[in-house]
Design a protein around this ligand. Structure first.
Ligand SMILES: *Cc1c(COP(=O)(O)O)cnc(C)c1O
Length: 386
């Protein structure tokens, strides 16, 4: 059987895959099983931060693979310690817990918030406020955190202790804080799966102020928007706030599974041995790749992300068939006149792979996509929208 038939026969049908089998790639170009080349404007959902087959990242990964691939967390490894130091130096956070995915990074964030609040204020302080239209993962707890009812259907009972406020509505958050014993407030700087919708700066600053006043933990879910994608190292940095907890994954590993939960001053010592753990978390191969990724997210790279973003927004805003372009940096959503799925299919026929988010066409290219490749892709996208 061919791959597509094998997949249909044996892989659980949780994904509606695009009809493309990717076999290789280089930078922002990927090749399918028939040898056809596409420009990849999705980067494995914001994971392949420097595209496919990036030489420097591969060298870092291979060098570690030649030494040891896994040790368990019962032993020290240098890449894990070095990555934690880098993350803290670049964010001002104090400690890092490593896991393997965004959902796990959020699970750790929620556990940290509950432990801090329960230690400090009492057992009943367990509620986490999240925002309507948010997305925080697929485990039963991060599904509960996700403020979209349709993801919850069929999987109840979910973990209790989550309430949902309207995004960009500080009064709605304050009401929930008054009515519940709240441990933390979890937000995405740009709601990704919810349709690539950035939060307003005043709202996020209001959240930060409320959290400071009430000794509630401000928690940034940076799984998708983090690691340079917004044009700042982390999305929250665009708002001039300092969260108490930051969760990230996707782009951090550059293509290998890696999640990280960054703990700020207040929560840096919230966990004691045995409180949390992961067999694979902090895997030395994944961490060695991530050290290479983080070291390259410097001011020049971030500046180029902002420039490419402005260029895309300029090229597509007001173009025929385009109603609106939202997002930040290289995480952009295009509201199209035609159904997004039709635009995605037309782009694919034109040799460009794009994604959707709700009713929008979503772009998440590699951060180092060359300008000439980006221009070609945007021309195809513009034609597909028409
Ligand atoms: C993708 C995503 C997650 C879940 O990450 P997984 O690695 O799939 O578990 C959580 N939060 C946000 C904002 C995401 O975009």
């Amino acid at each position: 059987m061919k791959t597509k038939e094998l997949d249909a026969a044996y892989v659980a049908h949780t994904y509606n895959r695009f009809p493309v089998e990717i076999v290789s790639g280089h930078g922002s170009l990927v090749t399918d099983d028939a040898g056809r080349e596409y420009i990849d404007m999705g980067a494995g959902i914001a994971v392949n931060i420097f595209g496919m087959n990036d030489e420097a990242w591969k060298a870092a990964v291979k060098a570690q693979l030649d030494k040891c691939q896994h040790t368990s967390n019962l032993y020290y490894t240098a890449p894990c310690a070095q990555l934690a130091e880098l993350l803290c130096q670049k964010t001002g956070m104090k400690k890092v817990f490593f896991s393997n995915s965004g959902a796990e990074a959020n699970e750790c964030a929620i556990k940290a918030a509950r432990k801090y609040a329960q230690d400090k204020k009492g057992k009943e302080y367990s509620t986490v406020v999240t925002l309507l239209n948010s997305f925080h993962g697929r485990t039963l707890t991060t599904l509960a955190a996700t403020g979209q009812a349709h993801y919850h259907e069929d999987f109840t009972p979910l973990t209790p202790g989550f309430v949902y406020a309207a995004a960009n509505d500080l009064e709605s958050v304050k009401k929930l804080v008054a009515e519940n014993k709240v441990a933390g407030i979890l937000f995405e700087a740009v709601q990704g799966e919810g349709g690539v919708i950035p939060l307003e700066k005043a709202f996020v600053q209001g959240l930060a102020q409320l959290c400071a006043e009430e000794d509630i933990l401000l928690m940034a879910d940076e799984v998708q928007i983090g690691n340079g994608r917004s044009g700042a190292l982390y999305g929250y940095m665009n708002f001039g706030v300092q969260p108490d907890i930051v969760s990230t994954a996707k782009g951090l590993g550059g293509g290998l599974p890696l999640g990280a939960t960054l703990l700020g001053e207040k929560v840096q010592n919230v966990f004691a041995p045995g409180d949390h753990g992961s067999t694979f978390g902090g895997n030395p191969v994944c961490c060695a790749g991530a050290v290479n990724v983080l070291n390259r997210l410097d001011d020049a790279l971030l500046q180029s992300v902002r420039e490419k973003s402005a260029w895309i927004v300029g090229a597509l805003s007001g173009a025929p068939g385009v109603e609106d372009v939202t997002g930040m940096g290289l995480m952009l959503g295009i509201k199209t006149v035609k159904p997004a799925a039709d635009v995605v299919a037309a782009c694919r026929e034109g040799g460009v792979l794009v994604l959707t988010a709700k009713d929008k066409v979503r772009l998440l290219p590699a951060l180092n996509i060359p300008m000439d490749v980006l221009k070609k892709a945007v021309a195809v996208i513009a034609a597909a929208c028409r």
